[in-house]
Design a protein around this ligand. Structure first.
Ligand SMILES: O=C(O)CCC(=O)C(=O)O
Ligand SMILES: [Mn+2]
Length: 194
């Protein structure tokens, strides 16, 4: 089933329960066990800080992406991952060639305000964000009218599609939530220029 935004003005669409719980569990377990999760270290004012989450970058061979102060390179997709990539591509009617995965081990892990607007990303394509595991709040803040702030809980199996234009109009974040004790994985599928 293809996804169409309800209205052209909408900058994103949320598809709750896009992956059924049994499939979501299977993917979460596989991703946790089979990927080599890393905790990047960033340098701020000369001091080194581990980022408060674990990450993995998967992409087609030859894709390069600068984030968290380092260059990440695509070495091709693991064979076992391709069915999920195909399913997301079909839903979004696009061909994603990269995916950044974040593992939030507990509620202290988080991501600060940013937009996925790096030059390498093709801003004419959507960005699809799939959530697995613990529910976490995803916040959006309008860039020009900063009093407009939206918080939406992203739950297990939800697919959030950020449409072209979303990154230039909105910033987003995943704040700390001390009460959350279980793990969440988020996959953001992106289209890189090549
Ligand atoms: O974890 C999320 O829901 C958001 C992740 C994100 O914004 C990113 O990877 O750029
Ligand atoms: Mn982002």
């Amino acid at each position: 089933m293809a996804i169409h935004p309800a209205s052209a003005e909408r900058d994103w669409s949320l598809h709750e329960g896009w992956l059924k719980p049994d499939l979501a569990r299977r993917w979460q377990t596989r991703l946790e066990q089979q990927l080599l999760w890393e905790q990047p270290v960033v340098q701020v004012y000369g001091k080194r800080h581990p980022v408060p989450r674990m990450t993995v970058f998967l992409a087609s061979e030859g894709i390069h992406y600068h984030y968290s102060g380092a260059i990440h390179t695509g070495f091709g997709w693991p064979e076992w991952f391709k069915p999920l990539l195909d399913q997301v591509n079909e839903a979004c009617e696009t061909g994603f060639n990269g995916c950044l995965l974040n593992l939030y081990r507990h509620g202290d892990d988080r991501m600060g305000w940013h937009a996925d607007d790096e030059l390498e990303i093709d801003q004419r394509a959507p960005i699809a964000s799939l959530s697995l595991g613990a529910t976490r709040d995803f916040q959006l803040r309008h860039r020009s009218t900063s009093h407009i702030k939206i918080s939406m809980p992203l739950a297990d199996g939800d697919l959030l599609v950020m449409h072209p234009g979303c990154q230039s109009r909105w910033m987003h974040s995943v704040p700390q939530r001390r009460k959350v004790q279980s793990t969440r994985i988020n996959l953001t599928f992106r289209r890189f220029q090549n």
